[in-house]
Design a protein around this ligand. Sequence first.
Ligand SMILES: NC(=O)c1ccc[n+]([C@@H]2O[C@H](COP(=O)([O-])OP(=O)(O)OC[C@H]3O[C@@H](n4cnc5c(N)ncnc54)[C@H](O)[C@@H]3O)[C@@H](O)[C@H]2O)c1
Length: 238
Amino acid sequence: MKAGIIGYGKMGREIERILLERGHSAPLVFDVNNLHELIPENLKKCDVVIEFTTPDAAVKNYLACFEVGVPVVSGTTGWLHHRDLVMEKCREKGGTFFHATNFSIGVNLFFELNRKLAEIMSGHPGYSLSMKEVHHTQKLDAPSGTAITLAEDLITMIPEKLSWRNDLNTRSEEIGILSERIENVPGIHTINWESEVDTIQITHISKSRKGMALGAVMAAEYCLEHKGILTMKEMLNI
Ligand SMILES: NC(=O)c1ccc[n+]([C@@H]2O[C@H](COP(=O)([O-])OP(=O)(O)OC[C@H]3O[C@@H](n4cnc5c(N)ncnc54)[C@H](O)[C@@H]3O)[C@@H](O)[C@H]2O)c1
């Protein structure tokens, strides 16, 4: 597989390493210093593009890939307020788009655990729900995309919860999310169910970026065999 990489930062570099380790090539790497090379002729040379940039840059890059019909693995977070536009353009162009707020296999199992625990807890109104996420200080968005996915899943599972807020000071229909930024933390997410007498917590701790980068490369491989709007749930058969 010939993969193009858009965004040669912490994730882009780790993804390149894993692509080569799995016998793929990454002949085209785009970042802010060579944006003039990010043109249709070059995008067309890729079997798939893996995009980990910034919330401001991501949408434009996805639309450029749809225009030339190259499948996109989207890892950037913080752009989901444009989700409808991106999905519509993807469908219109018959494109392939695989986004995950977190490509780590473990996190996607954790998403499932979160839904299962929510199902159990929804019968126990004595517990109040909150969430905490911790990431490195260079992270641009808060709460993390992963925390938003966890919160959106909780909202679908618990009828009393209608929205989330990036603050622990919430109304009863909101899920409070506390975001902390600490040097060198790849990502920690904790779901907290607390009653007057005890606390039930589940936590996922990323030890490095490797798990997320590996999942993104597996998603790129999946894009060669599948078309349309693809998800981790589908790829992992959860
Ligand atoms: N989905 C996941 O599993 C996952 C995992 C980790 C990080 N992320 C997200 O991925 C994104 C990147 O994370 P990172 O840790 O690699 O960040 P980073 O800051 O280390 O790298 C981002 C890179 O994108 C480049 N860039 C900025 N604008 C660009 C543009 N218009 N075109 C091309 N390149 C551009 C920057 O110069 C930088 O090199 C963030 O949104 C982060 O939240 C997602």
